[in-house]
Design a protein around this ligand. Structure first.
Ligand SMILES: NC(=O)C1=CN([C@@H]2O[C@H](COP(=O)(O)OP(=O)(O)OC[C@H]3O[C@@H](n4cnc5c(N)ncnc54)[C@H](O)[C@@H]3O)[C@@H](O)[C@H]2O)[C@@H](O)CC1
Ligand SMILES: Nc1ncnc2c1ncn2[C@@H]1O[C@H](COP(=O)(O)OP(=O)(O)O)[C@@H](O)[C@H]1O
Ligand SMILES: [K+]
Length: 516
């Protein structure tokens, strides 16, 4: 499913109207009807207050008000704005509502108290004040209305049309206030503002409804961002064959760990093993090997020269041995600590082959010289916002406010695959496309979850035989596993169990899709 900004959504609309010939009023009617259906299904017999602005977001609200009234709901509809400023379609939707003998009240200083009383009597408040057309921060009257809506949050369900009013659909920024919705019903495809914070935190449950715009329009318009979904990921999950052996599922090499971070390599190995890797070799500083073995008996161990609990400067020479097996994907970084230097990393990069994933401390080293991976492909970087901020010499806040742009630009410029972790994780490719995973939970906001993810990525790259497919599977399944795990008690080392459950659920979905 495509993920768009406000301009791209307008282009999609225009394409549907001008090139396909769907009248704009039909799009509005379908959008309004879709929200009405969602409300009817979820809140039967609720007393409703519908709030409409004079833009097209308000037009959708007028349509849904008419349909819900016809369905027998008690609806009070308020216009916040003026009839003169209505768009052509909104004016049509407004006339149809009035001519259906529905009374629409206009918010004025005189009617303010009545408006507040009606809000207090509502079971459901529907917010059609402003949608993707917002400019800057909400004007005073709209901001006051939003604050009144939010005051009823405990007593009424709040449903936003398209996007909660006050959120910038391009970047999730809230300039002053925004509606805090329980349910948001959007149309055709989601907007970036639904997945970027702080706006994303105001959407509640997000429903995307088809309004008749064909999916291929996104491709026609060259939209490069997509939201990952169960249906798509379930087709990527590697199948297990009865007639197979450990070599069938790839060999992951993890070069990681130090005395202070004994668990990190074990968690990376766990991520790989619990997501189906055939073989995992752990290259560790010699002195910590005996401790890690107890944590991961499935791995093969490769002790490298040690200096005070970290990799010794020349430990990479282990890679010189001519009889070393071929590794299908190499992960470098988890728990390396600060003792290894950039020359060590350079040697490791130059002397290994196949897909290379740099995580954690390897990313900090890479920040000193971004040309290190220039001659190596494919390279995967998995920074959290703090790591990419260090690499790019920005603040974490700057990163968080520009997640999409930073991920896409960095991946393109340095020709790497980049996973910008966090809520919600973004996968960006060297070709400039990007994918957002809606999956995840605060159960993952704990040390070690990222180590598990790097192992999962390597394992899925090997099993799918494709870097992008491997990344998509790993990020998505990791997030799903987090959702299944208890938010409080689940730790990174418990993820293994939930990875299995997530994979089973996706595999079942794939089977269902192939059953007539
Ligand atoms: N394909 C789609 O997604 C469709 C979208 N439609 C709706 O159309 C909406 C976009 O319509 P518009 O482009 O008319 O824009 P909106 O209705 O979202 O916003 C523009 C209106 O909001 C007011 N406004 C803008 N900034 C404001 C601020 N800071 N404070 C207070 N008021 C402000 C403007 O004066 C104008 O009246 C979508 O959000 C959606 O609800 C539907 O009508 C049909 C199809
Ligand atoms: N609140 C959250 N919601 C969704 N995913 C989260 C959340 N917190 C953390 N994660 C995910 O957990 C992982 C944490 O990685 P990272 O910060 O590198 O941890 P560590 O280095 O301790 O292993 C990332 O994949 C991130 O996207
Ligand atoms: K809205």
């Amino acid at each position: 499913m495509y993920l768009v900004n406000a301009r791209q959504m307008r282009e999609m609309d225009r394409f549907a109207i001008e090139k396909i010939g769907i009248p704009s009023i039909v799009l509005m009617e379908t959008a309004g009807q879709a929200v009405a259906q969602e409300v009817e299904q979820r809140y039967p017999q609720a007393r409703l207050v519908v709030i409409a602005g004079h833009g097209n977001n308000g037009g959708d609200a007028f349509v849904l008000s008419r349909h819900l009234q016809n369905r027998g709901f008690a609806v009070n509809t308020w216009l916040v704005g003026s009839e003169e400023k209505m768009t052509a379609d909104t004016a049509i939707a407004y006339r149809a509502l009035v001519q259906s003998r529905v009374h629409v009240q206009k918010l004025t200083p005189k009617s303010w108290n009545l408006f507040c009383r009606e809000l207090s009597g509502a079971d459901v408040i529907i917010d059609g004040l402003v949608g993707t057309g917002i400019k800057g921060s909400l004007r005073e009257e709209a901001a006051r209305v939003v604050m009144e809506i939010n005051k009823r949050k405990d007593r009424a369900a709040i449903v936003s049309v398209d996007i909660p009013s006050g959120i910038n659909a391009d970047n999730g920024v809230i300039s002053s206030v925004a509606v805090s919705a329980d349910l948001t019903v959007t149309f055709a495809c989601p907007r970036w503002g639904h997945f970027l914070f702080p706006g994303a935190g105001h959407c509640g449950r997000l429903i995307v409804r088809d309004i008749g715009i064909p999916a291929w329009v996104g491709e026609e318009l060259g939209i490069k961002a997509r939201l990952l979904q169960d249906e798509f990921i379930s087709t990527l999950i590697p199948k297990r064959a009865r007639h197979s052996h450990k070599g069938s599922y790839g060999h992951v090499l993890v070069i990681a760990g130090s005395q202070s971070y004994v668990g990190a390599p074990a968690l990376t190995a766990l991520g790989a093993i619990r997501s189906g890797a055939g073989m995992v070799t752990l290259a560790l500083p010699e002195s910590i090997q005996s401790m890690v073995v107890g944590l991961t008996p499935e791995a093969v161990y490769w002790p490298w020269a040690d200096k005070a609990g970290s990799f010794a400067p020349h430990s990479w020479e282990a890679l010189r041995a001519t009889n070393q097996p071929r590794y299908d994907c190499v992960v470098v970084g988890p728990g390396l600590g600060h003792e290894v230097d950039i020359d060590w990393l350079k040697q490791v990069i130059d002397r290994t082959s196949g897909p290379l994933l740099l995580d954690a401390d390897a990313l900090n080293l890479l920040g000193q010289d971004l040309t290190l991976t220039e001659n190596r492909m494919p390279v995967i970087l998995t920074p959290h916002p703090g790591e990419i901020a260090r690499i790019m010499k920005m603040t974490v806040q700057e990163v968080e406010e520009n997640r999409q742009q930073i991920a896409v630009k960095f991946a393109r410029q340095h020709r790497v695959y980049l996973v910008l972790k966090g809520t919600y994780s973004i996968i960006a490719t060297p070709q400039g496309t990007c994918f957002v995973s809606p999956r995840g939970s605060s159960s993952l906001a704990k040390g070690g979850s990222g180590d598990v993810l790097s192992g999962m990525i390597a394992s899925f790259i090997n099993q799918t035989g494709d870097v992008l497919a491997g990344l998509q599977c790993a990020v998505y399944v990791h997030g799903m596993a987090g959702e299944l795990m208890d938010e409080y008690s689940g730790g990174a080392s418990d993820l293994g169990l939930w990875i299995g459950q997530a994979l089973q659920a996706l595999a079942q979905k794939d089977r269902d899709n192939h059953t007539l």
